[in-house]
Write a protein that binds this ligand. Structure first.
Ligand SMILES: [Zn+2]
Length: 448
């Protein structure tokens, strides 16, 4: 394998036409000169000369940990359709996810990379840090919507203005509240004067200057693990609900609804903390239905959606996401990956995944190594499925069995948000859900 690699990285231009790279952590892949995002190199579709200093950049160097693609470095040099392709990829910041070479000329991607896959299998597929983060969110005593939001915060997927501009939605990054500084997630939830005011009234660890330091992930992680004695050791819960409300008040402000942070905000948040104690015990079995709808119009975006239901069919959670341009297989895998991550953060112990893509079901059930463009996604999903602290089963259903997931996937495509979640079923979905429960649209029964 090392021979293969030295051959590639030293002689990028010699890369055979059929070879492609499945990007993992992006450290050994050249952003411009390797074929990783599409079947051509990005340099071959560049709109103008690529600046000398970025010519030899690796894919990793174009990625900001916890932030995403550094669009400012390359967006002006590439056509929109190429940017959409790049947008459908995300790097894994983990040594276990090396970049892998595969043969793009065949459907199964098999070349002589069995050794590379075996090597990767040996390294645990899920980074330890990542699963620690999971566990931390999962353990917080808070409503599920709050945990979901923390999940978005941890991955910096909150639609702050800075994040929207990064995704090329709008061009104003100024904070909606102070109208002064750039509204990053960090600013919105911690550093803006409006947020600081709220934290000061909350008290506890937030009174210390050290509360306001550290990266987004470190800040959340630290506070979720703090035991302070405040309100019977409820600081993690208290900490968790406050950003949720900060975001809520800011959205109300931005959309011209009443925008008042309650005068006695501390009292208000304590009231919310009491509600936390009424968190329900999760149902025995949750069913995750997922779907992807690749759109082949001019827009060429792919969207995924899924929903989590209990075993009586009751709606628990819905989600939809919009990715850049990618094929149905990748979109479907991302829908499952995301659904499993949500389900874990919600603390579910038994999950049945229903999906209508038999290719996906096969790839996830298959025990033999899979290689190809989606190798990291497949391996990550398999690793999630096989974690020892829950039980996951995956089954194939016909499309009419997952009409609700389909509806959400369609919604994700049209949505302005990158990720959208529902705690209550959207009104238009209600009829489909009711029909499902009444058995109007049951999955096909196959008699043997
Ligand atoms: Zn501000």
């Amino acid at each position: 394998m090392s021979n293969v690699w030295s051959g590639i990285t030293e002689n990028a231009k010699l890369l055979n036409d059929g070879m492609r790279i499945a990007v993992g952590n992006g450290r050994r892949t050249l952003f411009w000169d390797h074929k990783w995002a599409m079947n051509e190199t990005l340099s071959s579709v560049a709109l103008g000369p690529i600046p000398m200093q970025s010519l030899g950049a690796t894919v990793e160097e174009m990625w900001e940990p916890n932030q995403g693609w550094r669009w400012d470095l390359f967006a002006h040099l590439l056509p929109p359709w190429a940017l959409e392709q790049i947008d459908s990829y995300g790097l894994k910041q983990d040594d276990g996810f090396g970049d892998l070479l595969y043969w793009g000329g065949s459907s199964n991607g098999n070349f002589s990379i069995q050794s590379a896959l075996r090597l990767m299998k040996k390294n645990n597929a899920i980074g330890q840090d990542n699963s620690k983060l999971w566990r931390t969110i999962w353990d917080v005593k808070a409503q599920q919507r709050v945990k979901m939001f923390l999940w978005l915060v941890m991955h910096d997927r909150v639609l702050s203005k800075a994040n929207m501009v990064k995704r090329r939605i709008g061009n104003d990054t100024r904070c909606a509240r102070c109208n002064d500084l750039e509204e990053t997630t960090m600013h919105l939830l911690r550093d803006c004067p409006a947020a600081r005011h709220v934290w000061q009234t909350v008290g506890g660890p937030a009174l210390s200057p050290s509360f306001y330091v550290g990266s987004l992930q470190a800040w959340v992680y630290r506070n979720l693990r703090t035991r302070d004695g405040i309100a019977n050791d409820m600081w993690p819960s208290f900490f968790a609900i406050t950003p949720w409300w900060l975001r809520r008040w800011r959205n109300d402000h931005l959309h011209g609804r009443h925008d008042r942070i309650p005068i006695d905000v501390s009292h208000f948040l304590h009231g919310k903390l009491m509600e936390v104690k009424r968190v329900l015990t999760p149902a025995v079995t949750q069913i995750l239905q997922s779907s992807s709808v690749p759109v082949t119009t001019f827009v060429r975006q792919a969207g995924d959606g899924g929903l989590i239901r209990d075993h009586y069919g009751k709606f628990l959670y819905g989600y939809a996401a919009r990715y850049g341009s990618c094929n149905a297989f990748r979109a479907e895998l991302r829908a499952v990956e995301m659904g499993m991550e949500f389900a874990r953060s919600l603390g579910y112990k038994r999950l049945i995944i229903q999906m209508d893509s038999s290719a996906c079901v096969m790839a996830l059930k298959e025990v033999s190594p899979y290689s190809g463009d989606c190798v990291h996604l497949v391996n990550h999903c398999r690793a999630l499925m096989h974690l020892s602290d829950w039980m996951v089963e995956i089954i194939h259903v016909y499309r009419e069995g997952i009409r609700a997931a389909d509806w959400l996937a369609n919604h994700g495509v049209g949505s302005e948000d990158k990720v959208k979640t529902w705690q209550e079923p959207p009104p238009n979905l209600l009829q489909i859900l009711t029909d499902d429960i009444r058995g109007v649209a049951l999955p096909r029964q196959v008699t043997t």
